[in-house]
Design a protein around this ligand. Structure first.
Ligand SMILES: Nc1ncnc2c1ncn2[C@@H]1O[C@H](COP(=O)(O)OP(=O)(O)OP(=O)(O)O)[C@@H](O)[C@H]1O
Ligand SMILES: [Mg+2]
Length: 559
């Protein structure tokens, strides 16, 4: 084939490349023209803060596009409120208000009934990136990175030049109100104004303005984001006041506060050398041997002895802080040679079958629904659990306006993706959840065309560490184990659906047969009356009774 090179051709090409490279090896001062010295080039060398990086690359945080940027900001604020309430054991009461101030210019207000933020931490929460209470803990919460809400402050400030207003109280009787911006170069808050007053209230309210964004009530809108949040958080009361002053309340359908998330220790199989070095700096224990059993899950003293057999140094004679990179590398390699129990899954907090079913019946009113929870399992040493629901008919699927259709719209199937109960509305294409659903052969479950079926597939992935593909947290990485679990759950749901569907199909066929027979019974009765000379009405009535009995008695004929 023309694209394939022979060995001779390839080695001739290599020779040519080498001689070209040799020609490039010039001696100092031989370059024609003016050569610029490294010292001069490095005059531009400068450190940038993390905030500076995200200011220039705000799309990494989800701030790209007018619709998406607004939804992203709401997502950051709402996930923080839900997390804070869950950790504090409070039933969330969340109010989101969007006010249109001008063309592509809005004010956003988000208020929660959470625990509030202590005064000394307010500035770091809203004015500093990579600061928070979740990043360093192995805990199943919606937030992970300590970037989200400072990203909202930054987006607001770079589109309007205005500060964000935070009002918060921990219920102490004092309310703190702070207006702040981010000093981008220093990744620090710059306070514009602050006030403290007395009031008995507990919670947090964030108010900011944004320009270059747009509100619309479509598939990826703030409304849809909150609707889906209500499906997977039935314990939350969410009120939305849209720019047209419509007030929509997603009522709480479950009055039980979910069990607070539990912090779990990292499992040795999910760790890298750098993770271990990092942990060794913060541990309070004195010996490296104790460090492993104290800071890691499933590492007993017996396991430490097994690990020791694969090391060239004595763990008992080292302080954790003294562990070098190569020693940590040895430990990580030793982890690969020792068998550990799988990570504990007690830190996982799935939504629950009953709660999902309740929410689906409430929101989608389907003809048929099946909800499935897989057992917790593990990817790369990190536990996760998959919950799946498939709803058919009723309000399931998505309405797409289409003027060619009689009703002005057509129905298409929809995939609702969630990670730790949080809706993922964007970046569906590269998401592991979408991939898993699309790999299902729906025809096997009597769905001839998945695209056009009135079907909603809900997938919620719970984990202490969701492998997001970017800081914008809108799509899950394609992890083999995760894809496999989602597919198994959907296939199981698919089999139940197929049984429902063939029952439905049989009932439909039976009804068609009944209608056809009844249609001809009139003609048959008059023909029989003519032949036998008996009463036509009587024959007609007897015929109809025997048709109904026949149809009713057909095998598998439950309607
Ligand atoms: N409404 C709130 N009530 C109480 N604490 C809050 C609230 N919002 C934010 N916080 C605190 O501020 C911290 C920083 O929030 P931020 O959204 O920046 O990061 P995160 O939620 O930890 O992670 P991520 O970047 O993934 O969202 C949180 O970890 C939490 O401790
Ligand atoms: Mg957050």
């Amino acid at each position: 084939m023309s694209e394939q090179k022979t060995l001779q051709e390839a080695s001739k090409e290599d020779g040519e490349i080498n001689s070209r490279l040799k020609n490039l090896e010039e001696k100092p001062g031989e370059t024609p023209g003016t050569e610029i010295k490294a010292e001069k080039l490095f005059e531009e060398f400068k450190e940038v803060s993390v905030t500076e990086f995200f200011r220039k690359n705000k799309s990494h945080l989800g701030y790209s596009g007018k619709l998406r940027s607004l939804t992203t900001a709401i997502h950051e604020l709402v996930t923080n409120s839900l997390d804070a309430c869950e950790e504090a054991g409070i039933l969330p009461n969340i109010i989101v208000e969007i006010v249109e101030l001008g063309k592509e210019h809005y004010r956003v207000i988000e208020r929660d009934s959470g625990p509030g933020i202590p005064k000394k931490h307010i500035t770091s929460v809203f004015g500093k990136m990579l600061a928070g209470t979740k990043f360093h803990r192995n805990i199943q919460l919606r937030g992970q990175q300590g970037i989200g809400v400072a990203g909202v402050t930054m987006f607001s400030q770079i589109t309007t030049g205005k500060p964000v207003k935070i009002t918060t109280s921990t219920g102490s009787g004092k309310v703190n109100e702070i207006n702040l911006m981010i000093d981008v170069a220093k990744n620090n808050a710059s306070i514009i104004g602050e006030e403290e007053y007395s009031d008995y209230w507990k919670g947090t309210e964030v108010e900011c303005e944004m320009k270059g964004v747009m509100y619309y009530a479509g598939e990826r809108s703030v409304y849809e984001y909150l609707r889906r949040t209500a499906i997977t958080n039935p314990h939350a009361q969410i009120t939305f006041i849209d720019p047209n002053d419509n007030k929509i309340i997603f009522e709480r359908s479950d009055k039980v506060v979910p069990k607070p998330p539990k912090e779990v220790k990292p499992h040795p199989c999910g760790l890298g050398i750098d993770d271990l070095i990092n942990m060794s700096k913060f541990t309070k224990v004195k010996k490296a041997s104790h460090f492993l059993s104290h800071e890691l899950a499933r590492v007993s003293e017996k396991k430490v002895r097994e690990i020791q057999e694969h090391l060239s140094f004595d763990l008992k004679k080292k302080k954790p802080r003294e562990l070098s990179w190569s020693e940590c590398e040895e430990i990580i390699n030793a982890f690969g040679k020792v068998t550990f129990l799988a990570p504990s899954t007690e830190g996982l907090r799935p939504i629950g079958e009953e709660q999902i079913r309740g929410a689906i019946l409430n929101v989608l009113e389907p003809e048929f629904e099946v909800v499935l929870t897989r057992k917790p399992t593990v990817y790369g040493g990190i536990p996760f659990q998959v919950e799946v629901a498939v709803a058919y008919g009723g309000k399931s699927g998505r309405k797409i306006s289409d003027k060619k259709e009689e009703k002005g719209f057509k129905i298409s199937s929809e995939i609702m993706r969630f990670a730790n109960r949080t809706p993922l509305l964007f970046d569906a294409g590269g998401c592991g959840i979408t991939k898993a659903v699309n790999e299902i052969d729906w025809k096997r479950y009597n769905i001839k065309n998945f695209e056009t079926a009135p079907l909603t597939v809900v997938v919620n992935l719970s984990s202490t560490h969701i492998p997001y593909t970017s800081a914008g947290k809108q799509s899950v990485a394609v992890e083999k184990e995760i894809i496999k679990e989602i597919k198994i759950a959907i296939q199981e749901a698919g089999r139940k659906f197929a049984r429902f569907h063939s029952k439905k199909q049989r009932a439909h066929e039976k009804e068609m047969r009944r209608k056809t027979l009844l249609k001809y019974s009139g003609e048959l009765a008059s023909a029989l009356a003519a032949i036998t000379g008996k009463n036509e009405a009587e024959i007609y009535s007897n015929l109809n009774v025997s048709i109904e009995e026949r149809i009713k008695g057909e095998v598998g004929g439950d309607t």
